[in-house]
Write a protein that binds this ligand. Sequence first.
Ligand code: C2E
Ligand code: MG
Ligand code: MG
Ligand code: MG
Length: 284
Amino acid sequence: HAKASGPGRAVVFEPSMHEKVLRRTQLETELRQALSQGALSVHYQPIVHVATGGLIGFEALARWKHPARGFVSPAEFIPVAEDAGLIAEIDQFVLKEAAQQLRTWSTRTPLADTCILSVNASTVQFSRADFAPAVQCILEETGFDPVRLRLEITESLLMHRSPAVQRNIDGLRQLGLQLHIDDFGTGYSSLGYLQQFAASALKIDRSFIQRLFNSDEAAELVRTILAMARNLNMKVVAEGVEHAEQWAWLQDAGCHYAQGYYFGVPLPAADALPLLLHGRPLPM
Ligand code: C2E
Ligand code: MG
Ligand code: MG
Ligand code: MG
């Protein structure tokens, strides 16, 4: 706790910082409650094939509807969950819920059996010995085909390599699922790391897509990532596509997949199903 050390001395915490700490502590308590009361849900954002715009599947995103505050952004509660030791529970809930949802949709359309599912996996999870076995367990329980599952991890994992992390990576790859690198370009990845990691795809961070036409550098960087991915035999997913012009540019540049508000915002399951009923998921 910060102490005032007498008149004229510097105050350690700004009021705003004190408020931030309070809010974080409160969020942690409320997040625990939300988890035990089933107040978390999953939204589904379409991922499309750039060449045709056809739906290939969904990214499952955690949603927390707070009784008083309304929806709390995952950008705020995921870091809290990581610090509070709650992230495994959240990530496993999202994976299980989404895998079950796709199985349920199978009764409505055969396309639910071919579309892909992308789920975020916190770096924190990779240090736990039971991570890959837990994923395997959920896949067996839900009957979801691992070949259709992508786990999205951030570049920071590449910097935290340890025997435990490596065992999880090996275990997950043995299950047959794909590892995708999320928010690519915002962290530090050397080519060597990328190759060792054996990721199947890079998801280009939306900040680069947003700057495509304002900055020659951003456009050059996206082209470089595409060329590098081609050489490493990886696919590329563009995040944050909001305009037709960005889509056209990505088509021209030979980007494989895309995601963003232009193709669809994250939707609750009931609203995502029509996309599957009317869309055309393509073969993997
Ligand atoms: P992410 O995995 O990179 O997910 C994409 C984020 O970008 C989502 O934010 C999505 O709503 C947003 N987005 C998609 N298209 C557009 C667009 O065209 N424009 C803009 N401005 N934004 C777009 P969301 O759902 O708020 O999630 C934020 C982050 O929280 C995610 O980024 C991911 O890192 C994390 N997250 C979300 N759900 C989970 C989860 O279940 N587990 C873990 N570990 N992390 C999660
Ligand atoms: Mg993601
Ligand atoms: Mg992403
Ligand atoms: Mg992102």
